[in-house]
Design a binder for this molecule. Sequence first.
Ligand code: UDP
Length: 237
Amino acid sequence: MGIAYRRVLLKLSGEALMGNLGYGIDPTVVQEIAAEVAEVVASGVQIAIVVGGGNIFRGVKGAARGMDRATADYIGMIATVMNAMTLQDALERMSVPTRVQTAIAMQEVAEPYIRRRAIRHLEKGRVVIFGAGSGNPFFTTDTTAALRAAEISADVIFKATKVDGIYDSDPHLNPGAKRYQSLNYGHVLTQDLRVMDSTAIALCKENNIPIMVFDLTVRGNIRRAVMGESIGTIVGD
Ligand code: UDP
């Protein structure tokens, strides 16, 4: 099987970097993810990453405790930058040239988000990590992933999760739950399957960007997904 995708937008939740910790970043887990990314980059695949911040701070949770929602969301966005820099460090220790671009300017530590520059980095074989979400409160990093994927003309979004795809019912509650091989956007939206938030799904639908949902905790899955193996659920038309 050959390489199925040339330019991939990988969405990593903050929790993916947390491993089994209750909070924050597990450097061993980050190193494992970086090794997988390094492997696919070495095969010539262009990788851009949008990383979340849920392992550190989530705006909605702050707001639920009385914080101003927009302020809490900005804190959440800044949290994603810590994750982005951690990933960059792990990748560069593996000799993978990596640039972090942030949607909120932090020029001492990262480049500002510049679309054309991001594309140029990818063409040169550099990994680009998009930090600070979209730069706008009331949005999520899933929506950011859809937005950036559209902007850089990614072939696919890899939505790496802790389950191996989308099921017709909760596999933890129903042992007979069936995993979908593929689903269309409309189905995901109307059934409220919560693959990504509805804004993200709508953006992918409008721009025809397929979403591959798969289990990141199985090592080698990023490579398998790049090769087009059916290891999860693909959402498309
Ligand atoms: N966030 C935001 N705008 C964005 C992206 C993120 O305000 O465009 C904030 C929001 O508060 C969110 C937090 O950053 O809760 C962390 O992102 P997210 O919850 O999407 O991370 P993940 O669930 O992927 O770890």
